[in-house]
Design a protein around this ligand. Structure first.
Ligand SMILES: Cc1cc2nc3c(=O)[nH]c(=O)nc-3n(C[C@H](O)[C@H](O)[C@H](O)COP(=O)(O)O)c2cc1C
Length: 200
C-alpha cells in the first residue's frame, strides 16, 4: 500500500524557510515510497471561519463556504500522514495557517459532535509540525505547538514529530543551518518508514 503524505506550506512567503524544510521532509517521504502532495496556502483563496454567523457546519459536518478550502477537505481526509509547515508569527502560526485551522471546525464538528470518522482510513495518522523562529528562545514556539496539537487531534492526527529551528529569519537562512534540511529529510523518511511498518 502506497502511503499518501499531504504537506501544507503555511508561510506568508513562497519558497521561504519553512517551505524548504517541508520540501526536504517530503523528499524523505518519497524515498520511502510514499506518494506526496504539497499544498501552498498562499496560492489558495479561502477565508477564515465565518461559522459563528451561519453555524452551517453543525448539523452536517460540511462547511458551506464555497472557496478553495472545499478542495482541501477531501485531501485532509485522505492523507495517511500530515506534514504542516508554518513559521512563527507573533508567537503563533501564520495567519494563512490559522485560517486553514479555523476552517477545519467542520471536521471538529464531524469528530466531536457527529461522532463520525474524519479520515478515510478511520485510523490515527502521524503528523509532523515544521516551524522556524527568528528569535533564539524556545518559548517562541509554545503558542504554535498548542494550536497545532489541537488542530491535529481534531483531524485524528497524532503529533508525532516536530522540527523547530531558531535564529532563522530571512529567506534562505535555512540553507546556512548546518543540519536543518538534512534533519527534515530524515524525519520525513523515518515517519513514512514507521507508518509503513504499522500498516502492514
Ligand atoms: C508577521 C510576522 C510575524 C513574526 N513573528 C515572529 C515572532 O513572534 N517570533 C519570532 O521568533 N519570529 C517571528 N517572525 C519571523 C519569522 O518566523 C521568520 O522570519 C521565519 O524565518 C519566516 O519563515 P518563512 O521563511 O518560512 O516564511 C515573524 C515574521 C512575520 C512575517
Amino acid at each position: 500500500m502506497v502511503l499518501k503524505v499531504l504537506g501544507i506550506a503555511g508561510s506568508p512567503r513562497r519558497h521561504g524557510n519553512t517551505e524548504e524544510l517541508l520540501d526536504s521532509a517530503l523528499d524523505g517521504a518519497r524515498i520511502q515510497g510514499a506518494a506526496t502532495e504539497k499544498l501552498v496556502l498562499l496560492d489558495m483563496k479561502f477565508s477564515g471561519c465565518i461559522c459563528p454567523e451561519s453555524e452551517d457546519c453543525q448539523p452536517t459536518g460540511q462547511c458551506s463556504v464555497m472557496d478553495d478550502m472545499q478542495s482541501l477537505y477531501p485531501k485532509l481526509r485522505a492523507a495517511d500522514l500530515l506534514f504542516l509547515a508554518s513559521p512563527i508569527c507573533f508567537r503563533s502560526v501564520s495567519a494563512q495557517t490559522k485560517a486553514l485551522i479555523d476552517r477545519c471546525q467542520a471536521l471538529w464538528v464531524t469528530k466531536y459532535l457527529l461522532k463520525r470518522p474524519v479520515s478515510d482510513s478511520g485510523r490515527m495518522r502521524p503528523g509532523l509540525f515544521i516551524s522556524v523562529s527568528d528569535r533564539e528562545d524556545p518559548k517562541e514556539f509554545h503558542g504554535a505547538i498548542l494550536t497545532v496539537r489541537s488542530f491535529f487531534i481534531s483531524l485524528n492526527v497524532l503529533y508525532k514529530a516536530e522540527l523547530l529551528f531558531m535564529n532563522i529569519e530571512k529567506k534562505g537562512d535555512v540553507f546556512k543551518h548546518p543540519t536543518a534540511l538534512e534533519k527534515a529529510f530524515e524525519t520525513g523518511a523515518k515517519l513514512v518508514e514507521k507508518a509503513t511498518a504499522t500498516t502492514q
